[in-house]
Ligand binder design. Sequence first.
Ligand SMILES: [Zn+2]
Length: 427
Amino acid sequence: MAVYVPTFTLTPELADALGSPIGVPVSAPDEDPVTMLWEVFDAIGPASGDETVMLAGSPSDLEPRAVLAHLIASGVTGQPSSLLAASSHMGPAAILAALKDLDRPATAGIVDRTRQSPVAPPHPELSIALRTGEPRIAEITACSTRASLTFDRWADLASSAGDDRFVETALQTEATILLDELLKEAGRSKQDLAGVIISTSHRLRTSALAARWEVREVVQPRASPHGAAAVLRESLRRLAEAGVGATLAVLDLGWGVSGAVLTAGRDVARAAASTEPGTTGTYDYREWTTAILDTDSTGPWTSPQELRRDAPLLLGRAGYKCLACQSVGFPSSHVCERCGKSTVISETLARTGTVFTHTIDHLYDGSKAIQMVVLDMDGGGRFYSQAAKDVGPALGVGDRAGLVLRLVHRSGDLPHYFWKVKHGTDG
Ligand SMILES: [Zn+2]
């Protein structure tokens, strides 16, 4: 399991104006669902063999193979044996059920990033990667789903004066039946549960539910229902708190109910100890409205020919190594820059290095200064690129830094990605 939480927030004034709590994490201007997925695939590391890659959450609107192509070309995942693109309506319990049902190892990347309008308070944004295999972190002990036609009046409730209690009662009834089924399958009782995590768009009275079910705790994370990643992360965090062997139920309530039971494995605490990074940048009103207008309705490149030809060179950090003088150079060349000999072979540059020099560019992007960085890569080669937009204090000469995949521009209304430089040595 790997978690990525972006470090941008709204300015306090903007948060106040939108009625949003202060400090809600939102992605930087050069981050989007693709780069947030990239972060967790990078953190979880490549799979050991043939596997299924599952993409869920916001990126389901993007061409999933183009997303995968970026992950492969940038080296954070290998070629999977199959790609499963989940609907953005797939809740956290349904994602767990799909992973459990697969008969091969899988890595799922799930992103919460839904920006509906410039005047709506933002949902917390984050991404999470889950890999199946030996259940060291948590075992998916039981899964169940029930479809329902009960909620056909539900959609109107926000605008009309519908009876809120009708929805709550209907959800409670369905959820109670499902929870009993799940516990029976898992061979557990309600008293065994460390808690129940619920994802639904309807605000529930969770303490009343806890009393009715006689369970320790019922939690509805603030980001639900557009927050499968947030719900899964919260579930694992609570499992870790409860300790090895503890069980927890995850329920999605809507047009029917889906649920899963998780049992904590021996490494649950280590996996859940994801750090909360501090803020490194903020959106003011103008930037935020621009970011919202800049929708992600189109996918990244969708030309397979172009990707096939260019991606390894563009994202592959393709340099050369000279067999005569042993120097490593970038970009790829047929002749050594240092000794002039043509005895060169291709060499992939490392992702980490040390800042050689930098400059602040006030013209490239009219709205904000951009730091341009020259990085001496570990193992050789010199890389020139922008600093990522959430680089807090500017990078200085001699600082350790790494390359991360970020948005560079949206020429032709298509997002284009390239490496940018960020603090740290872990890439
Ligand atoms: Zn040479």
